[in-house]
Write a protein that binds this ligand. Structure first.
Ligand code: NI
Length: 139
């Protein structure tokens, strides 16, 4: 048995969003979401952290192929979400409010099925340096 190590790769992307629940009245949307309910949206510079968990490969010393992980993050998340209006351009958010919490969930759903040797352990999304959400695949 080789040692289990958690490896994290970090990347940034920018996107805009707004918070709106079509089941709420206009007043409720304003009350619950405040400024974030502005229909024209607003942007954030998000930071994504992807942590994978795996055994150190005795022949490489790696838990994951770093280039593969980087490419996967680009294909599944960064290239798809960067400079997008999440509500209008990302299918998952047509019916899901693009909060930081839901972004963590969507990033997990996009990445987890594509990882083989090292398994996805945590997705962390920073909306600002002071606010982030973690998802560990728990339901
Ligand atoms: Ni916002």
């Amino acid at each position: 048995m080789s040692a289990i190590v958690y490896l994290t790769r970090k990347a940034e992307f920018s996107a805009s969003h707004l918070y709106h629940n079509p089941q709420f009245s206009a007043e409720e949307n304003k009350r619950v979401f405040g400024k974030c309910n502005n229909p024209n949206g607003h942007g954030h510079n998000y930071v994504l952290e992807v942590t994978v968990k795996g055994q150190i490969d005795a022949t490489t010393g790696f838990v994951v192929d770093l280039k593969q992980l980087k490419d996967l993050m680009h294909q599944e998340v960064l290239d798809a979400l960067d400079h997008r209006f999440l509500n209008k351009e990302i299918p998952e958010f047509f019916s899901l409010i693009p909060t930081t919490e839901n972004l963590a969930l969507v990033c997990w759903q996009r990445l987890a099925p594509k990882l083989a040797a090292a398994r996805l352990h945590r997705v962390r999304i920073y909306e600002t340096p002071d606010l982030f959400a973690d998802f560990y695949g728990e339901v």
